[in-house]
Every structure is written in C-alpha cells, then in structure tokens.
Design a protein around this ligand. Structure first.
Ligand code: HEC
Ligand code: HEC
Ligand code: HEC
Ligand code: HEC
Ligand code: HEC
Ligand code: HEC
Ligand code: HEC
Ligand code: HEC
Ligand code: HEC
Length: 417
C-alpha cells in the first residue's frame, strides 16, 4: 500500500520533474541566455529567433553558428570546437545548405521538404553571378528569407508568402541606386502592382494570381517544368497556351525570337484585354505586324475575328438590357439571367479562341453563345410585352368590376325605393 502511493506521488510529480529538467536544459543554452540579456536593439537576433521556424523545430543558435552552448563566455565560445561565426555573403548559401541540401538530416524533421534549393539557386541569375563572378549584391538565402525570423513559406508572416514576395524582391529591384550599373530597369514592382495580376494578388488577396516567383522561380532560373520564361504564362493559362501552340504564330514567333505571350501582353504591366486589340483599327495589335498587302492572311483574319467579338458582345449587351428592363417591371427572369451567365462564359471562351488566330475557329466557339443570347433577347422582349399585356388586362378588368359595382349599387338603390 505504502510503496504504491509513493510510486503514485512520483508519477503525479513526473510532469513537474520533466518541467524542471526542460528549464534546466534551456538554461544550459548559454548562447541564448547571454544574447537575450543584451540591451534593446542589440538583442535582435535572440528576440526575433523566438518566432523562427528553426527555434520551433528545436534548433538553437549553435545549430547554425556552431560553438559550445554550455560555455558562458563568448571568448570561450569562439575558441570552442565547431564555432563558425557569422557567414559573409559568399558563404551564406552553403551555410544554410549545410542542412537544407542534406536529405538524411532534413527527413528527420520534415520529409516533404525539398532539399534542392542550393542546386537550383546555382542555375538562377543570382546564383550564377555570385558563384561565377563573385557578385555579392545579388539575392542570397537571407535576402529572401531573413536570417533570424525565418518562417515557413505558407505562413502569412513569411517574407516569401505570396502577398509579401513583391516587396521582398522590390527591396533590391526597385532601388535605383542599389541596382545602378546592371543596365536593367527598376520599374518591375511599380508596373506589377498596377497589372491584372498585381491587383488580383495584392488588392483581392487572390493567391492564385502570380507573384514575382511564380514566373521567375523560387530558387532556379524558371519555375519547375518550364524551360523558358517565354512559356511561363502557359503554367496557368493552359487552354490559351494550347491554342497559341497550334496557331501560325507559334512557328513564326519562334523563328523571329518573339516571346509567345509578352509580345502582345507585356510581362509586368499586363492589362485587362480590350476587344479593339484585335482588328484593323489604329489601336489594334494586329496591324503592328500585318498590312493588307503583306502577303499573309493576317490582316483579313484580324478584321473577321474582330467582327465576331463585336457580334457576340453587342448581342449579349442587348439581351442584358431587355432582361434588366423586364426585371425592373417585376417580371420573373431568373432562368434568363442564368442563361446569360452561360453567354458570359462563351465570351470568355471566345477570347481564349482568339489565340488560334483562325476566324473560323473563333466563330465556331462564339456561335452557340450568339444563338443563345439572341434567344434570351427574344425571351426578354416577350416578358416586356407580357407585362404590358397584363397591365392592359388589369385595366379592363378594373373597369368591368367598377361598372359591375355601380350596377349593383343602382340596383340596391332601386330595390330600397
Ligand atoms: C557570456 C555572453 C555570451 C555567450 C554565452 C555567447 N555570446 Fe555570442 N556574443 C557575445 C558578445 C558580447 C558578442 C559581441 C561582441 C563580440 O563580437 O565579441 C557576441 C557575438 C556573437 C556573434 C557575432 C560574432 C561576429 O563575428 O559578429 C555570434 C554569431 C554569436 N555571438 C553567437 C553565439 C553563439 C552561437 C553562442 C553559443 C554557442 C554564443 N554566442 C554565446 C556574448 C555571448
Ligand atoms: C538558421 C541559422 C541561424 C540561427 C539558428 C541563428 N543565426 Fe545568427 N545569423 C545567421 C546568419 C545567416 C547571420 C548573418 C546575417 C547577415 O549577414 O545579415 C547571422 C548573424 C548573427 C549575428 C551578427 C549580427 C547580426 O544581427 O547580423 C549575431 C550576433 C547572431 N547571428 C546571433 C545569433 C543568436 C544569438 C542566435 C540564437 C538566438 C542565432 N544567431 C541563431 C544565421 C542564424
Ligand atoms: C530570390 C529569393 C530566394 C532566395 C535567394 C532563396 N529563396 Fe528559398 N524560397 C523563396 C521562395 C519564393 C520560396 C517559396 C515560396 C512558396 O512556396 O510559395 C522559397 C522556399 C524555400 C523553402 C521551402 C521549401 C521549398 O523549396 O519550397 C526552403 C527550405 C528554402 N526556400 C530555403 C532556401 C535556401 C537554403 C536558400 C539558399 C540556398 C534559399 N531558400 C534562397 C525565395 C528564395
Ligand atoms: C542546422 C540545420 C539548419 C540550418 C543551418 C538551416 N536550416 Fe532551415 N530548417 C532546418 C530545419 C530542421 C527546418 C524545419 C523543417 C520543418 O520542421 O518543417 C528548417 C526550416 C526552414 C524553412 C521553412 C521551410 C518551410 O517552408 O517549411 C526555411 C525557409 C529555412 N529553413 C531556411 C533556412 C535558411 C535561409 C537558412 C540559412 C540562414 C537555414 N534555413 C539554415 C534546418 C536548418
Ligand atoms: C539582395 C538584393 C536582391 C533581391 C532581394 C532580389 N534580387 Fe534579383 N537580382 C539582384 C541583382 C544584383 C541582380 C543582377 C542584375 C543583373 O544581372 O542584371 C539580380 C538579377 C535578377 C534577375 C535577372 C535579371 C536579368 O538581368 O535578366 C531576375 C529575373 C531577378 N533578379 C528576379 C528577382 C526576384 C523575382 C526576386 C524576389 C523573389 C529577387 N530578384 C530578389 C538583386 C536582388
Ligand atoms: C506574369 C509573369 C511575371 C511576373 C509576375 C513578374 N515577372 Fe519579371 N519578367 C517576366 C518576363 C516574361 C520577363 C522577361 C524575361 C526575358 O525577356 O527574358 C521578366 C523580366 C524581369 C527582369 C529582368 C529585367 C527586365 O525588366 O526585363 C527582372 C529584374 C524581373 N522580371 C523582376 C521581377 C520582379 C521583381 C517581379 C515582381 C514585382 C516580377 N518580375 C514579376 C515575367 C514576370
Ligand atoms: C500562377 C498563375 C499565372 C501565371 C503564371 C500567369 N497568370 Fe495571368 N492570370 C492568372 C490569374 C489567376 C488571373 C485572374 C486575375 C483576376 O482575378 O483578374 C490572370 C489574369 C490574366 C489576364 C487578364 C484576363 C482577364 O480576362 O482579365 C491576362 C491578359 C493574363 N493573365 C496574361 C498572362 C500572361 C501574359 C502571363 C505570362 C507573362 C501570365 N498571365 C501568367 C494567373 C496566372
Ligand atoms: C509581333 C508581330 C505580329 C503580331 C502582333 C500579329 N501577328 Fe499574325 N503573324 C505574324 C507573323 C510573323 C506571321 C507569319 C507570317 C508568314 O507566315 O510569313 C503571322 C501569321 C498570321 C496568320 C497566318 C496567316 C497565313 O496566311 O497563314 C494569321 C491568321 C495571323 N497572323 C493573324 C493575326 C492576328 C489576328 C493578330 C492580332 C490579334 C496578329 N496576327 C498579330 C506576326 C504578328
Ligand atoms: C498576337 C497577339 C497576342 C498574343 C501573342 C497573345 N495574346 Fe492573349 N489576347 C490577345 C487579344 C487581342 C486578346 C483580347 C481578346 C478579347 O477581346 O476577347 C487577348 C486576351 C487574352 C486573355 C483574356 C482571355 C479571355 O478569355 O477573356 C488572356 C488570359 C490572354 N490573352 C493570355 C495570353 C497568353 C497566356 C498568351 C501566350 C500563350 C497570349 N495571350 C498571347 C492577343 C494576344
């Protein structure tokens, strides 16, 4: 009995003992202990490190910087075995990669984490310039991830979370002084934030829209599966890329070295497409390369595709106006509105088909939408007529009832008499 309760006491106190042991273990990390006691500002690495993924994974200052964490004197730390100090810009990539390129080590923490960052980095412009030319102004692991407040990429507070990426890159790429001497512009960020993609990502918080890294790659020269930046748009706009690949422009653009999509859409300031980009007006893209007498069918095709786009859009607008009018008059138009949404889809599909640059193909996609919009317009017209018919009917009915009431009244009067 007695021994049993003694054991129970030990068991009850076990969590407490573990707590004491943990505190003792923490206290044994003299690096953190001493560095945390520094005056405000200088203690930044230790303060920031509390939230760092490495701290959460159970790593410590010494995991990266080396040295013996049981020593309580920095001079002794410096002389202790394995102290690595602070890496310079040329060493920092290998410093991080000492773990991150070691699959046997990383698998113990997170088996799904890739271990190819350094290998890929070496293929990027950043990595090539650093390793081949010793250029230390390029981005290294810590320019994008920070040194002591590193977060997993999926954390909204991470410097590489999609919404924060444009700023992280702009730290250097929008700094004209820093980038002077390279002969590249520093307007990518300023243009990007005004583009369809930048507005979708930054204003609407739509993280399916590309940030800088979705086109330029996280670590490598291009994102996985893309051999050339020229083909990067096709990662997301797959149907359009398929159409383009089968179009006469594919071969012609390849031969002339024009990039597939940027030739018409640009790269950073991509705008919402406009109908008049097609066709033969002065504001059309097609006439920048095609003329009536250039010996290709391009000019004629441009005019015909434009006609189809105008057609489907104007019939859609006409149908919409009729449905709105009927709606305002209180008629039930739920089915018609639903059908109109499908026409809207057809318009988008027609925009996709434009990238075949084949008037027949564009027509074929637009045709069902045009027919459907015509029917909806007719339905709308009928609803409006029905409204007037009902109103007329109601008028006549009211008149008849009034006459009847008067007649009954007169009749009652005459009976009373
Ligand atoms: C008793 C206090 C103390 C302890 C313990 C201590 N440090 Fe320091 N550490 C300092 C001081 C003070 C400096 C700054 C002055 C200097 O560079 O000598 C410093 C500087 C550093 C630097 C920057 C060195 C540089 O070259 O700029 C690093 C990195 C560092 N410590 C890491 C560690 C690590 C890792 C441990 C544990 C293994 C540790 N420290 C333990 C006091 C301490
Ligand atoms: C994930 C690896 C990693 C860990 C863990 C880490 N550091 Fe660092 N530390 C670095 C890198 C990389 C630099 C170089 C930063 C730079 O060049 O801007 C650095 C720089 C420093 C410096 C030099 C001054 C500065 O702020 O740049 C000090 C001091 C320092 N670390 C202390 C610490 C302390 C204390 C801890 C633990 C609380 C710690 N570090 C944990 C990677 C790490
Ligand atoms: C030019 C900026 C940049 C540089 C330089 C960079 N990274 Fe990254 N890193 C990113 C971005 C962006 C992501 C992914 C964000 C996402 O998945 O949405 C990322 C993701 C990661 C991840 C998560 C796993 C993965 O591969 O997606 C690790 C680990 C990582 N980086 C380590 C490193 C190391 C180590 C280095 C240095 C060899 C490095 N990074 C250099 C921008 C950078
Ligand atoms: C001592 C080994 C070690 C060193 C050195 C190291 N890391 Fe890590 N890193 C890890 C471990 C372990 C994790 C945690 C993996 C987990 O639990 O998800 C991690 C996680 C990360 C993540 C989060 C990955 C994600 O998206 O989940 C990033 C980013 C990262 N490290 C970047 C760096 C950078 C940048 C450096 C250099 C300053 C560096 N690491 C140095 C071991 C290390
Ligand atoms: C620490 C500063 C720094 C950061 C942060 C940085 N870069 Fe760079 N980047 C440079 C420098 C310097 C060059 C070299 C310029 C050159 O070769 O033209 C460069 C080159 C490039 C190039 C090649 C330009 C060319 O000449 O064709 C691209 C693309 C690029 N960076 C994209 C990015 C992206 C995307 C990010 C963010 C994920 C980023 N960079 C973050 C400094 C930085
Ligand atoms: C929708 C894809 C896309 C996005 C998003 C994007 N870029 Fe680009 N970027 C490109 C393409 C395509 C090129 C042209 C590459 C070529 O012609 O070789 C380019 C070129 C560059 C260059 C080389 C210099 C220049 O201007 O031609 C830099 C630097 C650059 N981008 C940085 C950035 C930064 C920083 C961001 C984020 C603010 C960003 N890019 C967002 C696709 C993109
Ligand atoms: C990571 C996926 C992704 C990549 C890569 C990408 N886009 Fe987009 N793009 C989107 C998304 C998502 C939208 C919708 C944004 C919105 O809500 O308006 C969009 C919108 C557009 C639009 C406007 C469409 C419309 O009807 O308003 C155009 C044009 C466009 N992208 C062209 C490009 C070009 C050109 C490239 C390559 C230089 C490219 N995109 C690369 C995802 C991507
Ligand atoms: C950057 C220049 C450029 C732009 C812009 C351009 N094209 Fe072309 N297009 C070409 C070239 C080059 C050819 C190949 C001509 C040849 O086969 O000799 C071509 C071929 C064509 C063809 C095939 C002609 C045939 O006879 O086989 C069609 C159709 C066409 N373009 C339509 C268009 C339309 C529509 C637009 C506007 C949306 C447009 N193009 C914009 C350069 C351009
Ligand atoms: C020859 C010029 C040209 C080229 C090359 C081109 N586009 Fe377009 N793109 C247009 C025109 C014109 C429109 C507007 C069509 C409209 O009004 O519906 C458009 C519309 C779009 C739209 C909106 C489509 C919709 O459904 O409403 C997207 C997204 C797009 N393009 C992406 C791309 C991508 C991705 C590539 C490369 C594979 C590309 N474009 C190549 C001229 C071009």
């Amino acid at each position: 009995m007695k021994t049993n309760s003694g054991l129970r006491n030990v068991l009850i106190l076990l969590p407490l003992w573990l707590g004491v042991l943990t505190v003792a273990a923490l206290a044994a990390d003299q690096c953190l202990e001493c560095h945390s006691s520094w005056e405000e500002g200088l203690d930044a690495p230790s303060v920031q490190f509390q939230q760092d993924i490495h701290s959460k994974a159970g790593l410590s200052c010494a995991s990266c910087h080396g040295g013996d964490p049981t020593l309580d004197d920095m001079d002794a730390v410096r002389k202790s075995k394995g102290y690595k100090g602070v890496p310079g810009a040329k060493e920092v990539n290998q410093f991080c990669a000492s773990c991150h390129s070691n699959p046997a080590y990383m698998v113990k923490f997170n088996p799904s984490l890739p271990t190819d960052q350094l290998d890929k980095y070496k293929t990027s412009v950043h990595g090539k310039r650093l390793f081949e030319q010793g250029d230390t102004k390029v981005a290294t692991c810590i320019s994008c991830h920070t040194a002591h407040s590193i977060q997993p990429a999926a954390e909204p507070t991470s410097a590489v979370y999609p919404i924060n990426i444009p700023k992280t890159c702009a730290n250097c790429h929008a700094d004209a002084d820093y980038m002077s001497g390279y002969g590249i512009t520093t307007d990518q960020h300023e243009k990007y934030i005004r583009s369809v993609h930048g507005r979708a990502l930054l204003d609407k918080k739509d993280i399916s829209a590309p940030a800088c890294n979705d086109c330029h790659g996280n670590h490598g020269a291009t994102p996985p599966g893309v051999t050339s930046l020229s083909a990067v748009c096709g990662l997301c706009h797959t149907l359009i890329a398929d159409n383009f690949a089968k179009s006469p422009h594919k071969e012609a653009f390849d031969a002339m070295g024009y990039p597939e999509c940027e030739t018409c859409h640009s790269n950073h300031l991509i705008e919402k497409p406009k109908m008049h980009w097609v066709g033969v007006s002065d504001s059309s893209l097609c006439v920048q390369c095609h003329a009536p007498d250039d010996g290709t069918g391009g000019y004629v095709a441009a005019a015909r595709i434009y006609e189809t786009l105008v057609n489907i859009n104007s019939i859609y607008n006409a149908a919409l106006a009729r449905i709105d009018t009927a709606d305002m008059k209180g008629m039930l138009v739920t089915d018609e509105r639903f059908a109109l949404n499908e026409v809207k889809q057809a318009i988008i599909q027609t925009g996709t088909a434009v990238h075949t640059f084949d008037p027949e193909a564009v027509s074929k996609v637009a045709e069902p939408g045009i027919t459907s919009a015509q029917n909806i317009a007719i339905q709308g017209e009928k609803k409006i007529e029905e409204y007037y018919f009902r109103r007329k009917g109601l008028g006549i009915a009211t008149l008849l009832i009034t006459i009847l009431v008067i007649a009954i009244y007169l009749r009652i009067k005459s009976i009373e008499k």
